[in-house]
Design a protein around this ligand. Structure first.
Ligand code: NAD
Ligand code: ZN
Ligand code: ZN
Length: 390
């Protein structure tokens, strides 16, 4: 089959690879009908996340039709239409039973690597480094879904792939980012980053009743999309002092809730802390650039909440722990517990309350995948979200 394969920094190719096979009784194989490139894939493309190996198949936003089912899998049958959550879940361990699916205790088959990197293993993820299991991803014609009797969202016919695909990741990720803010009707919520995750977080925060949502980015079409979703917008290239501006917009008190939808590759122009981050990254003294996190800590109203769906991979420096502690801020973060939210979000899609397809700007075949990684990373051609039809 054809698949998008990681070969090294900014080197993704559309290769011919062996078809996947059932390896365990709980598995299923799907024929992929749609998949997408995520901002998290860009951290692999730029090689800021450790643990990739040349030859790894990428992709963790995938849906399709079940074409083969393992003998112990009683939950699926050939012909079922499923969306595949990016977090692989056993459905049985203590964390899965509590709904903490992204920290499933059993699905990372490289548990010792996970333990070493993070103190404890987290769930296996599709196409996302050997620290989280080294599982082949779904930017391919076929995908083996391990633990498929638990790791699936069954979806009805009659709704387009485009409306359903993002149940795999960015829709529940934006939703969880907003839910974690415990939004009150009096709250101002600020969302850093207007990529696909930021867009979903903006709409979720509004749906969850925020008084006001302010979104920050520098890419004009992303800011326009945020505005169309109901946010007031700030261009961080034009605002030299984002913290000061946000304080001005909130009577000097700062926003109650802050969402980081940027992650470890935060950009900044001229800020001293950002220059430090770049230098330390280059000297391998720190892995992550935390400019946005620092702004969030400094501007958040005391006793407020920082919600961090943005991905971080390792360690960072110049973390304002004093401000975080003395202001009594709450930090909530994590890879998304996709299955915790999917019944509710699917119902909202079925009822027409949510249509996440608005974010799609490009639809291409697999062979155009490598070029689209670059286009998406460089935000060229108005690119906000790429869907691939294998
Ligand atoms: P993206 O790269 O398309 O979007 C990031 C946006 O942040 C860009 O539009 C960029 O211009 C903007 N940005 C950069 N620096 C900024 C700054 N200083 N201030 C404000 N905006 C800034 O990616 P995406 O798909 O939207 O994903 C966003 C983040 O969410 C990534 O880190 C991704 O890995 C993460 N993510 C997490 C989960 C999860 O489970 N927690 C799931 C999916 C994605
Ligand atoms: Zn993702
Ligand atoms: Zn589990």
């Amino acid at each position: 089959m054809k698949a998008l394969v990681w070969h090294g920094t900014t080197d993704v190719r559309c290769d011919s690879v062996p078809d996947p096979e059932i390896e365990d009784g709980r598995d299923a194989i799907i024929k992929v009908t749609s998949c997408a490139i995520c901002g998290s894939d860009l951290h692999l493309y730029d090689h800021f996340m450790p643990g990739m190996k040349s030859g790894d198949i990428l992709g963790h936003e995938t849906m399709g039709e079940v074409v083969e089912v393992g003998r112990d899998n009683k939950a699926l049958k050939v012909g079922d239409r499923i969306v595949v959550p990016f977090t692989i879940t056993c459905g049985q361990c203590e964390q899965c039973r509590r709904g903490n699916f992204s920290v499933c205790e059993r699905t990372n088959r490289n548990k010792t690597l996970g333990d070493a990197a993070f103190g404890h293993t987290t769930a296996g993820l599709f196409g996302y480094t050997h620290l989280t299991g080294g599982y082949s991803g779904g930017q391919a014609e076929y995908l083996r879904v391990p633990f498929a009797d638990s790791t699936h969202i069954k979806v009805p016919d009659g709704i387009s792939d485009e409306k359903l695909l993002f149940l795999s990741d960015i829709l529940p990720t934006g939703w969880q980012g907003a839910v974690q803010c415990d939004i009150q009707p009096t709250d101002t919520v600020v969302v850093w980053g207007c990529g696909p995750v930021g867009q979903m977080a903006i709409r979720s925060a509004i749906l969850l009743g925020a008084k006001r949502v302010i979104a920050i980015d520098r890419v004009p079409e992303r800011l326009s999309m945020a505005e169309a979703g109901g946010a007031e917008v700030l261009d961080y290239h034009e605002e030299s002092n984002i913290v000061g501006r946000l304080n001005d917009m909130t009577d000097g008190k700062g926003p109650e809730k802050c969402i980081d939808a940027v992650g470890l590759e935060a950009h900044a122009t001229g800020a001293i802390d950002a220059i430090y981050d770049r230098a330390e990254q280059a000297m391998l003294m720190a892995t992550d650039r935390i400019h946005v996190l620092r702004q969030m800590i400094m501007v958040c109203r005391p006793a407020g909440v920082l919600s961090v769906p943005g991905v971080y991979g390792g360690i960072a420096d110049k973390f304002p722990i004093g401000a975080l502690m003395n202001k009594g801020l709450t930090v909530r973060t994590g890879q998304t517990h996709v299955k915790r939210w999917s019944d509710d979000l699917l119902r909202r899609i079925e009822q027409g309350q949510l249509d996440p397809s608005f974010v799609i700007t490009h639809t291409v075949g697999l062979e155009d995948g490598p070029e689209m990684y670059r286009t998406f990373r460089d935000k060229q051609d108005g690119c906000i979200k790429v869907v691939i039809k294998p």
